[in-house]
Design a protein around this ligand. Structure first.
Ligand SMILES: *Cc1c(COP(=O)(O)O)cnc(C)c1O
Length: 401
């Protein structure tokens, strides 16, 4: 069953066929299930620490699979969450106006262009539902790309067209543009990219935006932008001030899950053209950003110490891992993010290496789901975690050689 992707491209007749085809499966009720749902291939998340600890009887497991902050939750934010815990019986204020105002001020845009969501995942989902009509519009992204673009386009019944990245994971802009037509509602670019870690330049993004039809929204997923050596040279955000031409045609996505260490609280946001932001606020579920997440985010935005420490640990760890992986004979892809993608030496079986690392308590991310069966992705950890991983990899690769 592999037609979960791009299902929106199928004619209605084929969808009815698929529906019938599946009606033979066991334990099916007579309740109708949408064909997009039957064919849906769920997002694969990284393995959890508890799972691996139990399976391999380990005391300590280091998760380097989901690009979380290795420093955990900032002490300042921890205190605020504890102080506000007693407010958890209240509904949050609808529309999170305090948070939108703080984020608007942070990015120099008006608050009415900010929409916060239950992770930036929710904003991605809303973009499909607000902008793309099933069976009419299409969306365009690279391949491989972040897993949520294919899942949410499939669920919404919107065709997703994919342009293969170059073998070195650089961005083939012409190939992307060749898929865009008058029915393209959304074009997704992740920069720095996941899973490669590569960042586009601000000029490349400005050129792309200029060449897209005015009927198409360029969505730039900047989940990892803060980790780049020079965000100003990589982000289009400063060209998106209120009233600037790009402010009506480009959306930027950011998240509190990575730099701010709040993945478990679920909070992300979009900086959007004002009309799209307005429609999104109308249609989204009213309280998807919970009260403690909003309080935590406001505290995190003011916590410059934690932010600086995270950047320092990430950049130093990225340099160290890149150097050491290359020294062990791995092919390392240049990363501007808080993770590194690499291929083990030719002679080594990647799946086996991944398993052997699990056995030693290190969870990495295998990239078979991204169509890269030989590649692994490792999130930058603390200095101690990085050193532990390099030591384990060293032993495994030397014994494989
Ligand atoms: C982690 C990540 C996000 C953030 O997701 P949240 O829902 O905010 O946790 C968004 N885009 C990409 C490419 C990511 O890797």
């Amino acid at each position: 069953m592999n037609y979960g992707r791009d299902v929106g491209g199928l004619a209605p007749d084929s969808l009815i066929f698929l529906q019938r085809f599946h009606s033979g499966e066991a334990n099916m009720s007579d309740i109708p299930i949408r064909p997009e749902v039957r064919a849906f291939e769920p997002y694969t998340a990284g393995l959890s620490i508890d799972e691996i600890r139990e399976k391999y009887h380990l005391d300590r497991v280091v998760k380097m699979a989901s690009n979380e902050n290795p420093l955990g939750v900032s002490p300042v934010v921890r205190r605020v969450i504890a102080e506000r815990a007693g407010l958890a019986f209240r509904y949050p204020q609808a529309g999170n106006p305090k948070l939108s105002a703080a984020l608007g001020a942070r990015h120099g845009v008006s608050a009415d262009r900010i929409v916060a969501g239950n992770g930036s995942d929710e904003i991605i989902d809303l973009l499909f539902r607000v902008c793309a009509t099933p069976g009419v519009h299409n969306a365009v992204a690279f391949r491989p790309c972040f897993g949520l673009y294919p899942t949410q386009s499939a669920l919404c019944g919107v065709e997703l067209r994919r342009a293969d990245l170059n073998p070195d994971m650089s961005f083939p802009w012409e190939r992307l543009l060749s898929l865009v037509d008058a029915s393209t509602a959304l074009v997704f670019v992740t920069t720095p990219d996941n899973p490669s870690g590569r960042a586009a330049s601000r000029q490349e993004l400005a050129d792309l935006a200029a060449r897209l039809p005015a009927s198409c929204l360029l969505v730039i997923d900047e989940a990892y932008m803060d980790f780049t050596d020079d965000p100003h040279a990589c982000s289009l955000l400063s060209d998106m001030r209120d009233g600037a031409p790009l402010a009506d045609r480009v959306a930027v996505l950011r998240t509190f899950s990575k730099l701010f260490g709040l993945a478990g609280l679920r909070l992300g946001y979009g900086i959007l053209p004002p009309d799209i932001a307005d429609y999104m606020r109308r249609v989204r579920l009213p309280f998807s950003v919970n009260l403690l997440a909003e309080e935590a985010a406001l505290a995190a935005l003011g916590d410059e110490t934690f932010r600086a420490k995270t950047l320092e640990v990430t950049r130093a760890g990225r340099a160290m891992l890149g150097r050491e992986l290359a020294a062990l004979g791995c092919r390392v892809y240049p990363s501007q993010s808080n993770f590194i993608m690499f291929e083990p030496p030719e002679a080594v079986d990647s799946a086996r290496l991944f398993e052997d690392l699990l056995r030693r308590g290190f969870i990495l991310r295998p990239l078979g789901g991204y169509g890269l069966p030989r590649h692994l992705r490792v999130s930058v950890g603390t200095a101690e975690e990085n050193e532990g991983l390099v030591a384990a990899l060293g032993e495994l690769l030397r014994s494989a050689a």
